[in-house]
Design a protein around this ligand. Structure first.
Ligand code: ACO
Length: 274
């Protein structure tokens, strides 16, 4: 109370055994996203993206929240007084890091430890995988304070869950817990909070064993083909693989060799030895 948090402090991170643990770090404000946090998050993503010691990025939150959405005071009220320019600038900063995260070089995991509201659906969808605490609460609370689920949140809802679920969720402003969020497709799995970090670590460790060029090509492919016809997707995938070959000529050849010649692993049961 009384001591202002600096912009740098709005996001915390550590890198350990190939995993970058990045957290929303405004626990006392339930990690809601202010313009300062949005700017700092972009810097942190920048700093980590091409580091050799980072193979997977996990996005989580300090305290009881993952993120309570946009900061109603600093993101809405204090930027609106600057006119359209202020609003557009704040939007660019938040949408900007979410977009950056959607197409991040490394695979990303949302570790949803608590509250996830409104604007939080942007980074939730931006992460490739998502695991939630059963105790977490997800809500499109926009309707509860008088706006529509903007900043992509409505789009995220219909991308991840059914039309009926999305409509009910956004019109009623009623939260779902982690378990329901998994059932609806907002996250891959829900676990008791006490087990969440272990499970996410386990998943991250598996990703770290895979070919990094193939991981990037695969995550982009899954996002891109969603909106393509079958034939366009087929063509995109041929070209994407051929482009990936130019970054990593040896990887897949080694993968074939270790299976066909060395018989040292089976691709159906795990990854080749990098
Ligand atoms: N914007 C601004 N301040 C916020 C936000 C937010 N989104 N969320 C929490 N805070 C602040 C509170 O004002 C409070 O500040 P104070 O300590 O200076 O009084 C502090 O964070 C703690 O919040 P509490 O409400 O006291 O925490 P509690 O644990 O009781 O409740 C909850 C948590 C349910 C998340 C509640 O804070 C809340 O409803 N937040 C708003 C959630 C929301 O609707 N977000 C907007 C979604 S729409 C969009 O993102 C476009």
């Amino acid at each position: 109370e009384g001591v202002e948090q600096t912009e740098l402090e709005t996001v915390a991170f550590t890198v350990e055994d190939g995993i970058a643990w990045v957290s929303f770090n405004r626990a006392e404000k339930r990690n809601c996203m202010s313009p300062r946090l949005n700017r700092q998050m972009m810097r942190v993503l920048d700093e980590l993206e091409f580091r050799d010691d980072v193979g997977v990025l996990v996005l989580t939150g300090e305290g009881t929240a993952w993120t309570a959405g946009m900061d109603l005071k600093e993101y809405f009220r204090e930027t609106e007084v600057l006119g359209l320019k202020g609003t557009r600038n704040a939007q660019r900063e938040s949408y900007g890091w979410w977009r950056r995260l959607r197409w991040y070089q490394k695979p990303t995991i949302a570790m949803v430890n608590g509250w996830c509201f409104g604007g939080g659906y942007g980074p939730l969808f931006a992460c490739d995988l998502a695991f939630a605490a059963e105790e977490a609460q997800f809500g499109l609370s926009e309707i509860n304070w008088g706006i529509l689920p903007g900043g992509g949140a409505a789009k995220v809802a219909v991308e991840l869950t059914s039309f009926r679920n999305a409509m009910y969720h956004s019109l009623m402003g009623e939260n779902v817990d982690g378990r329901k969020a998994a059932e609806w497709g907002f996250v891959n799995e829900a676990l008791p909070l006490a087990q969440l970090k272990d499970r996410v670590t386990e998943v991250a460790k598996v990703l770290l064993t895979k070919n990094p060029v193939a991981l990037k090509a695969t995550k982009d492919a899954i996002r891109r083909v969603r909106e393509m016809t079958y034939d366009n997707a087929e063509d995109y995938l041929v070209r994407a693989q051929e482009a990936a070959n130019s970054y990593d000529n040896q990887g897949r050849k080694e993968g074939i060799k270790q299976f066909i010649d060395d018989k040292s692993y089976k691709p159906g049961l795990g990854a080749y030895d990098k």
